[in-house]
Design a protein around this ligand. Sequence first.
Ligand code: SF4
Length: 494
Amino acid sequence: MTILLSTLNARYTHASLGLRYLLANMGDLQPATRLMEFVIGAKPADLAERLLAHEPRIIGFGVYIWNVEETTRLVALLKRVAPEVVIVLGGPEVSHETGEQDITRLADYVVTGWGDVTFPALCRQILHGPKPLMKVHAGVQPPLQDIVLPYHLYDDDDIAHRTLYVEASRGCPFKCEFCLSALDKTAWPFDLDAFLGALESLHARGARLFKFVDRTFNLNVKASLRIMQFFLDKLEAHPDDPVHAHFEVVPDHLPEALKAAIMRFPQGTLQFEIGIQSFNPEVQAMVSRRQDNEKAADNIRWLHQHSRAHLHVDLIAGLPGEDLDSFARGFDKLVGLGPHEIQFGILKRLRGTPIIRHTEACGMVFDPAPPYAILATDRIDFGTMQRLVRFARYWDLVANSGRFANTLPLILGDAPFANFMALSDWLYRRTDATHRIALDKLAALVGEWLRQTHDEEAVNAALDGDYATQAPRLHVRQKASDGAIRRQAQHGRR
Ligand code: SF4
């Protein structure tokens, strides 16, 4: 095989859309090109052995924030054992600050930005000459209709076992400074008929889970409605074999026509990822995020009350200008709107994002290692940021997991942030850990903490309610006398 396209995905279920785009657009080189996807956590030597078994002339790696450290080790090893193999890098992690990274020093070539056209052109030059003069090649951004859609490259195994990522548009017109899409300045739509044709083929081949990577799905309502109608038609024609769609939406733009379509989706078939990030207008202004907070809140409330969509809402801690109190107020406001999950993220300094302009003025200190998380700001010191990091982890385990649905209202009371922070601090003191806490142990600890301030019967009833809905995975009731666990439960993620 002449050319390998490779990446280390965060999970097996994440099929790489980027690599499939490259393969689809290789033109005459496509028969000599092959995809080789791996999952992070494997030994670099094993991966190198598997790649080299195909005797490649060129290996192209997709480099992302979650795999840059392991890919760097892999590239270093490949350059030792097979220096003749040409290494080409691409992906968001190497598209900015390109000259400052170990991995780009090790590689032969780097394609920044879009690779659909530039990567195959570079391969042709490497294989047939003349030798490319430059190491770093800025990716050419062709009109989207010139890009070959990649969806036929999802194989039967992908369709059966992996999330299928699709995109009806690229880019984002907004300019939130913490986000790489801020650099796009606009959004470009793919030809909708061709895109829906590709979805039709995937559906006919058995695909039932579609995750849209469009940054703002509800930007162009006409297009959104046609895409939603595609899914509604499938749901009507195959009610016993439903299709599931996942969209990222901006929260303050939900016209009536879109609401009417959303209301028609049955339970369990529609998921929205909604970015709020911060409810603080001063913070929003500092990071150039345009958001009508009241409209956003109304829309989330409406979705919660009138649709059956699963709502996953994002907040970011550590933004410039945000202190603990203002973050807490935003968190409490969001809890009150009733989303099913709150994704509590810690700010990351993604390479290339303009957020860096606040570094000095706001005392922003970032971890120099990926994923470059914020460690402190002038408003939130390192110790407090650590508490927020643990809060986020325990929030995932207790709230987002859905395993404590009956118990969570007792935990949160009328001051969700303050109460959950108290639980989080207590859990950490008791366990000295945020990972590898068995579910039965966590349930026992939550019960013990609640019994300090709540009626024991109410606590037991809530925990038993959670147990009843999840048996046999969760045993949650604890004998108050000796703290013994009444029944063992399996530990695993939903
Ligand atoms: S956070 Fe969302 S709305 Fe803001 S630039 Fe990024 S993708 Fe666009």
